[in-house]
Design a protein around this ligand. Structure first.
Ligand code: ADP
Ligand code: MG
Length: 690
């Protein structure tokens, strides 16, 4: 059994399970083993009721002292059970589990595990898991992996299949040399994979993770550094001349550029007019106005008779850019003839677009990664712009560049990366920074609250909608994964939450949902309806995190805010406060522990993306296994450029050293490494389609 063996070869995986795994993008044994747990649970020794702190997930060993009669609210059955030990009492609340009335014996001792909350003067535990002492003993003091799941696939089942896969998998021999493993303190790949799924303790888990993250960084950096183009300065094959078009466009814009936007535009202009080919990264916080700067560069390119391409990571964003630019064309008479090229277009529409591109009938091509497909032939590609660059892999950037003869490259990113890390991640790209927001924006009002605030929040949302504004609500999951009874913090999902909101809001409020698993055409339709304001409230996963600009939206409410990295929450918040109206951001946390609240308070205090990222890191400490990905939008599976910055530097150093001593990996000791890196490059899915 190797990485490519289909999972149906595992005992017990039939057609039904295969389909469930497919939903999680797992088709092969290799993909199953690569899908590391999203976090781990520690089943600690049971506590006395008095010791169980509110806000913690705990286990208690207690006797059933009374079972109240079952209550019903519409289709929901609620059962209250009182339990006690010698230190006090606690109330258990069960939903839709009426049969427990019969199975729980009054006077019987059980272990109950769940989140402890306070309700009035009472300690309560909702939907706890119930264990016998004997069963619980088997779990204690062990880290139990928790996998990403889908309805119908339980955590236990995934554990079982992973265990089986690990026992049958034929591990290939290690591809790093022993001295290399020593120098960077890495465990073997085999040990790392086994441990990450079934860790003995935190220390070995940390070592396993270190190896897997190192590999990710090493493979990524090797790919960039060994690429020819990025290592030398190329002559300017598309030398441009000054044009009045950009000046006229700037005069017609209803606002002046900020000082920062102007400075960055001058840097780009000088590149385009200069002797060498442009290779530039523009960094600017959300809402700093990067699009205009890219449009100026594209306009100069078009005025000089070349084609420009603008690639966005999602269809929703590509369509939005297309419409913005189309509006500029009609309002300001710009010389653009733009075409759109995205995956959800019909074959006929795509063909028509491709013909225009090849014939040179268009000077501006806007789209998704459809722009880099083989059949697209450009006539005279002079500039490629990738928006929200962190969503793309290096290979995609290069594939687009190869469509022309050394076109100029401009990449735009809103992810705040300290300079030292930017140099590692982006190689020799020249860096431009837009470090101010347009004037006249009202600062967003933030609040960090617990779930009991929801009724108030819904009222507030209804009020904003009544005033003609629009609202985003973010949930971490698409659908319930059937894992609610596990005893962790409850996770909200888009599908159920939309229903909940429809019931809670006045009936004339139009509520709809959006998530990454929908068909692209459906996503575009919903997004267009939201932009056109036929939808008031949009419940969504983080698919809307990148780039979306709907200035009439004034409320961003994030459920389970504790699950997201601060940088990501900052991006989400950037979707509001884009127009003239006062905007609000409501972060709802299901985790009431002080450190979790303190982390979220950072967002309350600052609007500066760089500061937020560094403060978050200080609080968590590097390499901490918190399960929260700071920069969820980077294409690393496990590594986190902030939390693992030290490891990133080491991997960078290792790649440089390797390329210095044996750039072609021709030496015999590098045979296995060469094969591995080649395979990694061929299979790297470095575009995360969302
Ligand atoms: P981002 O940097 O997040 O990509 P956008 O380019 O989408 O930001 O710009 C956000 C909003 O700010 C847009 O509605 C845009 O028209 C507006 N904008 C951009 N530059 C300025 C400016 N100098 N003054 C006022 N508004 C601006
Ligand atoms: Mg943008």
């Amino acid at each position: 059994m190797d990485g490519n063996t289909p999972i149906t070869e595992l005992k017990g995986v039939g057609d039904k399970t295969r389909k469930l795994f497919e939903k999680l993008d797992i088709r092969t044994v290799g993909e199953l083993l690569d899908a590391c747990p999203r976090d781990y649970e520690m089943f600690k020794e049971p506590l006395k009721i008095q010791e169980a702190a509110c806000g913690d997930v705990c286990a208690i060993h207690a006797a059933v002292s009374g079972i109240a009669s079952e209550r019903r609210i519409r289709r929901l059955s609620i059962l209250h059970v009182n339990v006690a030990d010698e230190t006090g009492g606690l109330q258990l609340i069960f939903y839709n589990m009426p049969f427990l009335k019969k199975t729980l014996r009054p006077g019987g001792f059980y272990i109950f595990r769940g989140l402890v909350r306070s309700k009035a003067a009472l300690k309560v535990m909702e939907q706890p898991k119930i264990f016998s002492m004997e069963d619980y003993r088997k779990l204690t003091d062990r880290l139990v992996p928790r996998y990403a799941l889908t309805k119908g696939l339980t955590n236990q089942a995934v554990q079982k299949y992973v265990k089986q896969a690990l026992s049958l998998y034929e591990f290939r021999s290690e591809y790093y040399e022993a001295s290399f493993l020593d120098a960077y303190q890495l465990v073997s790949r085999r040990e790392a994979l086994e441990t990450v799924h079934f860790p003995k303790d935190y220390d070995s888990l940390a070592r396993a993770r270190r190896r897997l993250v190192f590999d990710e960084f090493f493979e990524f950096l090797f790919l960039i550094r060994s690429s020819q183009r990025l290592n030398k300065e190329l002559p300017n094959n598309h030398k441009m001349f000054e044009t009045a078009d950009t000046v006229r466009f700037l005069e017609k814009l209803p606002f002046p550029l900020t000082k920062s936007q102007n400075k960055v535009w001058q840097e780009i202009r000088e590149d385009l007019l200069g002797e060498s080919c442009m290779n530039r990264l523009v960094q600017g916080d959300v809402g700093s106005g990067k699009t205009i700067v890219a449009v100026l560069a594209l306009l100069m390119t078009a005025a000089n008779g070349y084609q420009g391409a603008l690639m966005a990571p999602t269809e929703v964003l590509a369509v939005q850019h297309f419409e913005t630019i189309q509006k500029y064309v009609t309002e300001y008479g710009l010389l653009f003839c733009p075409v759109l090229l995205v995956g959800s277009m019909t074959a006929k529409e795509k063909r028509a677009a491709c013909e225009k591109i090849a014939a040179g009938e268009t000077n501006l091509i806007i789209g998704t990664h459809a722009l880099i497909q083989e059949k697209v032939q450009y006539r005279s590609l002079g500039l490629v712009v990738t928006d929200e660059q962190h969503r793309f892999g290096v290979r995609q950037r290069e594939l687009l560049a190869k469509k022309g003869e050394n076109p100029h490259i401009l990449v735009m990113s809103a992810t705040p990366i300290p300079r030292t890390l930017a140099i590692i991640l982006y190689g020799d790209l020249h860096l431009s920074v837009i470090d101010e927001l347009p004037v006249g924006r009202l600062p967003i009002k933030n609040c960090v609250v617990n779930t009991s605030y929801r009724p108030k929040a819904y009222q507030f949302i209804a009020g904003q909608v009544a005033q003609g504004r629009q609202v985003y609500v973010i949930c971490p999951q698409v659908e319930g994964d059937g894992d609610d009874a596990e005893g962790g913090l409850p996770l909200e999902n888009v599908i159920d939450y939309t229903e909940k909101l429809k019931n809670a809001l006045p009936s004339d409020v139009q509520t709809a949902y959006l998530h990454g698993k929908m068909r692209p055409g459906d996503k575009n339709r919903i997004m267009n309806q939201f932009a056109a304001h036929t939808i008031d409230v949009l419940v969504s996963t983080t698919v809307i995190e990148v780039g979306i600009n709907v200035p009439n939206a004034t409320v961003m409410m994030v459920e389970n805010a504790e699950r997201f990295g601060l940088a990501q929450l900052h991006q989400l918040r950037g979707r509001v406060g884009r127009g003239e109206h006062q905007s609000y951001c409501i972060f709802i946390s299901a985790d009431e522990k002080a450190d979790s609240m303190e982390r979220l308070q950072i967002l309350n205090k600052s609007n500066d993306g760089f500061l937020i990222a560094s403060e978050d890191l200080k609080l968590r400490g590097p390499g901490e296994l918190s399960g929260i990905r700071q920069s969820g939008e980077f294409s690393f599976r496990m590594g986190d450029i902030y939390a693992d910055a030290g490891l990133l530097k080491q991997a960078s150093e290792a790649v440089d050293r390797l390329l210095l001593t044996d750039p072609d990996l021709a030496q015999p000791e590098h045979v296995r490494l060469k094969a591995h890196l080649k395979e990694a490059a061929d299979t790297s899915v470095d575009f995360r389609s969302i």
